[in-house]
Write a protein that binds this ligand. Structure first.
Ligand code: SF4
Ligand code: SF4
Length: 299
């Protein structure tokens, strides 16, 4: 079948069975996330480290952290219970590439033991250029980069600091490094033929209009899909934009930005912002059936 918007046929052929990319497939194919990556190398102003990384996950959720061995065991258990399980992602609870040993140990074991499962990961992009070789080694075919700005002047309002090359950077300089690493990482993945999706968190008054430019820049560098997600701002998530707090967008504001991006990178409109240990079809969450104690008991 034809893909959405103007997605080229060869890309559509690769992603049409992926529940996150195809409206059709998400009723028939299941995905899961394993939470093996606790650390993060940047600070987003909208993140409260008590909860999952909001780059990919719904904030306010605490996932059960697993070691790579536990994660592999869990994936194999889920795959034998849920035959539609086709995609395994690492999306936190911190940044997958700030925990390269844990992330790639999990991927390496799964590539051996469950070669039919498609692997994907999400990242803020800071460490990405250093990890592209590893990503290609395990045949990871989908990467998601969260890109909230392409201008460090916008970025410094979103990111108070990054930790890069054994050093902490703050302010404009931090945002500039992050921006350059994100663009380089995206270009490198495109050059290697790795499908790359971009997530952006829409933050009213900070990057709403700017996301149109983000959309243009990521499309130019080969991103095949752009997922504009609302900032989910509730007091208990500890959103720390200034002292007054930062609201999330209304449904109309979200749609207005998405509509303004039509004709740019293809937009994804059905992402559910799943938790870092989600299991099952999109829109259903079976993670409680596969907690660690239940997996251990399956032996
Ligand atoms: Fe939090 Fe994710 Fe941002 Fe790291 S990248 S600070 S875990 S939202
Ligand atoms: Fe798919 Fe979005 Fe859920 Fe990730 S968070 S598994 S992209 S629907």
């Amino acid at each position: 079948s034809a893909g959405p918007d103007d997605m080229p046929q060869e890309i559509w052929d690769k992603v049409k069975n992926h529940p996150c990319y195809s409206e059709e497939a998400h009723h028939h194919f299941a995905r899961m996330h394993v939470a093996v990556a606790p650390a993060c190398n940047i600070q987003c102003n909208y993140c409260n480290r008590k909860y999952d990384c909001s780059n990919e996950s719904r904030p306010g959720v605490v996932s059960q952290k697993l070691t790579p061995d536990q994660a592999v065991k869990k994936v194999l258990a889920v795959a034998s219970e849920i035959p539609q399980m086709t995609v395994l992602g690492i999306a936190g609870p911190g940044d997958s590439l700030a925990n390269p040993k844990k992330t790639f140990d999990t991927m390496r074991q799964l590539a051996e033991k469950a070669p039919d499962i498609k692997l994907c990961l999400s990242t803020n992009g800071l460490a990405l250029p250093d990890q592209v070789d590893e990503i290609c080694k395990y045949n990871i075919d989908h990467v998601t980069i969260t890109i909230n700005m392409v201008d460090p002047a916008v970025g410094e309002k979103i990111y108070p600091w990054i930790f890069y090359d054994h050093k902490r950077y703050t302010g404009y300089e931090a945002a500039k490094i992050l921006h350059e690493r994100q663009m380089l990482g995206l270009e490198m993945l495109t050059a290697r033929g790795v499908l790359t999706k971009i997530n952006s968190v829409l933050i009213p008054g900070i990057n709403d209009e700017h996301l149109i430019e983000v959309n243009r820049e990521v499309k130019k560098r080969g991103a095949f899909l752009h997922n504009i997600m609302p900032l989910i701002s509730e007091p208990e998530h500890g959103t720390v934009f200034g002292l007054t707090g930062q609201r999330g967008p209304t449904a109309q504001e979200l749609k207005a930005v998405q509509d303004a991006c039509m004709g740019g990178a293809n937009l994804m409109r059905h992402c559910r912002q799943c938790r870092a240990d989600a299991v099952g079809l999109l829109g259903e969450d079976r993670s409680e059936e596969f907690t660690l104690d239940k997996i251990e008991a399956m032996d």
